[in-house]
Design a protein around this ligand. Structure first.
Ligand code: NAD
Length: 483
């Protein structure tokens, strides 16, 4: 065997690279196998999140928000801007530069922590008492030149992530019909953009292109909008997004599509069974993601995927094979970068003999629209279904001085607390910067805080965070101070 490690991580997305860093911090000899190549053909770390997911989408969300602000919202500040133009190529180049900086940052972390980056595709070979053997084959240009490399590891962490789910009959070419990858790099703003799926990607990227000038129509299969969210959040988000101009059709059934030089003609059936046709210049398919285990050779180590393609693991991310772990999108739970990171840290610490713990009930979810949507813990509907006695407090941003000052009066914070103990059970935010505001709620829930605890903590004035405090006071015993 040519190389031997304490830990080999397969995949360098946020789950894998963080697992590698933490294992290295704990004194282990670590390698990470990653085959990703960027559009220039260069090997790249960071996985979907950094290359074609969270990071580039947030760059475009910010750019498009600035564009919309300058065109529509500066007037109320007494600022007139004329002759505003859009240089899409520059906007995309800015996004690409951020991606390059972030992925280079992971390379720096690997060097700093002496993590070996094995560039290529990993496939399990076999597993003996003291080592799992993996073959690494080169990808792309230098594939022919490289003989497979055999590495052995005392522990392996599978962090191979997920890939976009596609629909039969809709061939994703990432030019006319796009998944998340093509949707981040459209060469011009489409006049009419169709989106299939009103989930996180559909809403975020639909918002980006709407702000840049596209007429956006979203077709969602389910009869309800954002069914996992609290009902109050669902209603507010629907109100805000449709007011902004997103056309969202619920209960849509997708039919056949035809593509020609001018775009896509997509047949669909509405919620009343009526035949409809969507004509659009570009179409984004954002109907969820599937775990990625392609060519991994799981059977060589006695593993197989479940009926939905996930690698089965226990609560601590152990697979059925000794010393093989799996984390992130390739295992159960929400497909979120921060959940993958948390699991990466947990597994590295378990391998080191520590006793880490993840509270899966305290993982926040964020949709980076405008306003943003974020929540942690239970919804009111879940509490009702569980028969749990609870109290609810809600406070709007429309009467918060800071929110008015920055021109972001939309939305609210809703706090749900146990009726008897006042323990915070769920926090739901629709607001600008909800992604940051939710962190305080996550911390409170991790510490099993009561709503009164949040209410008694000093919050800076004026700040958006005061709304969380007021909602917590409202939940405790209806004692919000400014309402
Ligand atoms: P999603 O699960 O969030 O949404 C997919 C939507 O498509 C659902 O509403 C579903 O009902 C709908 N759908 C499924 N099949 C359909 C069909 N045939 N016709 C019409 N609608 C259909 O998935 P996504 O938006 O593709 O995102 C993929 C993953 O990436 C998610 O797990 C998400 O959590 C993650 N992600 C997270 C963030 C974030 O944290 N802000 C951002 C982007 C993506």
């Amino acid at each position: 065997m040519s190389q031997k490690y304490d830990v080999v991580v397969i995949g360098a997305g946020p789950g894998g690279y963080i697992a590698a860093v933490r294992a290295a911090q704990l004194g282990m000899k670590v390698a990470c196998i990653e085959k990703w190549r960027n559009p220039k053909g260069e090997p790249t770390l960071g996985g979907t999140c950094l290359n074609v997911g969270c990071i580039p989408s947030k760059a475009l969300l910010a750019s498009s928000e600035e564009y919309e602000k300058v065109r529509g919202h500066l007037g109320e500040h007494g600022i007139a801007a004329e002759g505003v133009t859009l240089d899409l190529a520059k906007m995309l180049a800015r996004k690409d530069a951020i991606v390059a900086k972030m992925t280079k940052g992971v390379e720096f972390l690997f060097r700093k922590n002496r993590i070996t980056w094995l560039k290529g595709h990993a496939r399990f070979v076999d597993s003996e008492d003291d080592a799992v053997r993996i073959e690494v084959t080169g990808e792309g240009a230098d594939a022919a030149a490289k003989a497979p490399l055999l590495v052995g590891a005392a522990h392996v962490i599978i962090a191979t992530g997920s890939k976009a789910r596609h629909l039969p009959g809709l061939d994703v070419d990432n030019r006319v019909i796009c998944d998340n990858e093509g949707a981040l790099s459209l060469s011009e703003v489409p006049g009419r953009l169709g989106v299939i799926g009103a989930g996180v990607i559909g809403l975020e990227l639909g918002s980006v292109w709407r702000r840049l000038g596209a007429e956006v129509t979203i077709l969602e299969a389910l009869p309800e909008f954002l069914p996992a969210a609290d009902e109050a959040v669902r209603k507010e988000a629907w109100k805000q997004f449709t007011k902004q101009g997103l056309k969202i059709h619920l209960g849509a059934k997708i039919g056949a599509a035809s593509v020609d030089g001018r775009g896509v003609k997509l047949a669909w059936t509405d919620d009343k069974g009526g035949a409809q046709q969507l004509d659009c210049d570009r179409l984004i398919v954002s109907v969820g993601r599937v775990p990625n285990t392609d060519g991994l050779g799981l059977d060589a180590v006695g593993l197989s995927v479940d009926e939905r393609g996930f690698v089965p693991v226990d609560a601590q991310c152990r697979t059925a094979a000794p010393n093989i772990w799996a984390i992130g999108d390739v295992v159960r739970g929400p497909m979120l970068a921060h959940k993958a990171e948390d699991e990466g840290v947990m597994v590295a610490e378990l391998i080191a003999g520590q006793k880490p713990h993840i509270d899966y009930g305290c993982i926040p979810l964020v949709i980076y629209t405008s306003p943003e949507v974020a929540w942690v813990g239970r919804t009111e509907q879940q509490l009702k279904a569980e028969g749990r006695a609870y109290k609810a407090g809600q406070f709007p941003f429309s009467i918060n001085g800071r929110a008015l000052g920055i021109g972001a009066p939309e939305g609210f914070v809703k706090v749900l607390a146990d009726a008897a103990t006042d323990e915070v059970l769920g926090v739901h935010v629709v607001s600008a910067a909800a992604s940051d505001l939710i962190a305080e709620a996550v911390l409170a829930m991790e510490f099993k805080a009561s709503a009164e605890d949040i209410g008694r903590v000093s919050h800076p004035h004026p700040s958006m965070s005061e709304v969380l405090r007021e909602a917590a006071l409202a939940a405790t015993d209806k004692r919000a101070l400014n309402m």
